[in-house]
Design a protein around this ligand. Structure first.
Ligand code: URA
Length: 433
């Protein structure tokens, strides 16, 4: 077999066999196929796509490129969730304690953020002492005892995806449905989930910019999950503005605490409860979505949800006092107000631009080597649909940098203020199962 023939076949719209996909993926992972040939292959997939069978074979080729987590020692149906990436997306922090409260085991392996999207692991590290590198024995013991644990992706899971994702990032081939679907699903399969809830983001801050594309991605991933005997549900959610009011690491922990205390914003709470409801239904705790949603609302009202988050912080070595006193989280020295130059209604907020503005403040990484400032972030004072007067604060930049004019310029441009009020925003567009 020759890589050039495989590229040529895909370039001409051909259907690749399992052997051809394995040849390309395993050869590249081992360093036998150079970057320039894999780049060309990825671009041909980007333009010509892949059918269901090719996408499932690509997924399994990623899975088989490395180790698979052995979670067989965990009792019960292990339920995982995955977001395709957004801005202000702190849903994992909220759903882990919610779902675990109903004795559904959540064995969560999470990643770090890169570019304009954040990572759950970075957010949790803003809590003093929180340990995210757990040995597999500790991880399994915590899930069996407390029904929840979170760890950075350990071992050598899906090395092909890691290497290919890095190449996609610099060859403009990220936003391809078969490539995203196989990347996401391979990580979920390799990390041992029995059931998976996918949060497929759509809008200005997401890889999928249109609802039709997002639905197609959702359907593709649900089909892969089912073909591999994993119960899978995908929820298409809005990312046309940041989720909730906080963007950044410590900021997002603060907001997750508020949601679990029952004081969350409507968008954040609705999306989190919808995802947690499907997770508990797939995990067998409830028979219907409606029953689960009501039980989760009651759990928050009873104060038990926030206690479960406190338990997670405690068992992973973090300072549990942050739950009662979030001021103990890292705080920035400077708070810069971004104001509206005119009156009207917030018509749109470019979520990706807000993510970039936060990254420029130090909340995210431009390159893998960058060091995060946990205190940096943005508070969204105004959201889409809000009325504004000239001079009103749109958002507040939190930073330890003495100068943040670049971030200020990006943030102000992200807001579009119009004389007319926009149509009400949707939080959830579709549920595919
Ligand atoms: N998230 C992933 O894990 N992979 C992608 O390709 C895109 C989003």
């Amino acid at each position: 077999m020759r890589m050039v023939d495989i590229i040529s076949k895909k370039k001409n719209g051909g259907i690749l066999s399992k052997e051809e996909i394995d040849y390309a993926v395993q050869g590249y992972t081992k360093g036998e196929i150079p970057d320039y040939q894999m780049s060309s292959f990825l671009m041909s997939v980007y333009f010509k796509g892949m059918n269901k069978e090719e996408t499932a074979n690509l997924t399994m080729s990623f899975v088989n490129s490395g180790d698979k987590a052995d979670l067989s020692a965990i009792e019960g149906m292990k339920v995982d969730k995955h977001s395709t990436g957004g801005v202000g997306d702190k849903i994992s922090l909220i759903v882990i304690p919610l779902v675990a409260s109903f004795d559904v085991p959540v064995a969560k392996m999470s990643g770090r953020g890169l570019g304009h999207t954040g990572g759950t692991i970075d957010k949790l590290e803003s809590i003093e002492g929180f340990k995210i590198e757990l040995s597999s024995e500790e991880f399994i013991k915590n899930v069996n005892t407390y029904k929840m644990a979170i760890t950075g992706q350990s071992g050598n899971l899906t090395p092909a995806d890691k290497k290919i994702y890095a190449l996609r990032d610099v060859t403009a081939t990220v936003d391809s449905i078969p490539l995203i679907a196989s990347s996401v699903m391979s990580k979920k399969i390799a990390s041992g989930a029995d059931a998976i809830v996918l949060d497929v983001k759509v809008g200005s801050g997401a890889f999928m910019k249109s609802i039709d594309e997002a639905k197609e991605l959702a359907r593709t991933m649900v089909e892969i999950g089912k073909s591999l005997n994993r119960k899978t549900v995908a929820i298409v959610t809005d990312m046309n503005q940041p989720l909730g009011h906080e963007v950044g690491n410590a900021n997002e922990i603060r907001e997750a605490i508020e949601v679990l205390k029952g004081h969350g914003s409507q968008d954040e709470t609705t999306v989190a409860l919808t995802i947690a409801s499907y997770m508990t239904v797939l995990g067998g705790a409830f028979n219907s979505f409606e029953e689960a949603y009501k039980a989760l609302e009651d759990l928050i009202k009873s104060g038990k949800a926030i206690e479960k988050l406190k338990q997670l912080v405690k068992i992973q070595g973090g300072n549990p006092e942050v739950i009662d006193n979030p001021d103990l989280l890292p705080q920035a020295k400077y708070h810069v107000e971004v104001k509206s130059a005119c009156a009207g209604y917030v018509a749109s907020i470019d979520a990706e631009e807000i993510g970039i503005a936060a990254m420029l403040l130090g909340a995210g990484r431009k390159t893998k080597e960058d060091i995060i400032d946990y205190a940096a972030g943005i508070t969204m004072v105004k959201k889409v649909g809000d009325k504004v007067e000239e001079g009103d604060i749109l958002c507040i930049l939190h930073t330890n940098m003495t100068q943040c004019s670049e971030s200020q310029a990006v943030a102000v441009k992200a807001f579009v203020v119009d004389k007319n009020a926009p149509a009400p925003v949707n939080y959830i567009y579709d549920i595919i199962q």
